[in-house]
Write a protein that binds this ligand. Sequence first.
Ligand code: SF4
Length: 153
Amino acid sequence: MIAISACLIGDNVRYDGSNKLNTELKSLVEQGKAISICPEVLGGLLTPREAAEIVGGDGRDVWQGTAKVITKTGEDVTEAFKSGAQFALEILNEQGCTGVILKSKSPSCGLSEIYDGSFSGQLKQGKGVSASLFKQQGITLANEFNWKGKFEV
Ligand code: SF4
């Protein structure tokens, strides 16, 4: 079993209430080969919600306490992002998921690039908060562009 970011299978859970439907990934869920997760919703955040970015580092730095997740108007939502990631990890473990396909560039799900914290559309290298936790736990990670061949699905 694998898990997929819920916005990629068409759930309207993105910060602006939209989704990033990928029909191939949605069919994996429909066939029972994958489950969907949205760490930000699991962390208790509402949809729609304010855009948030990681300031002062990336997801790994958030777990080390040296970076924070801040909304565009300055609200600190770090704890919601962390608790959502931990909740998502519990679900992955309960469901026996060994891999996750995550939405690129998200402050939660981004794998290799995330927005740089300036809300100007600029990217920086690094992982999101959930991607970083999943990586630490030895879960195989991919995004919507590079997942083929990484999993037995
Ligand atoms: Fe939820 Fe991750 Fe999609 Fe953001 S990128 S809406 S946290 S599943």
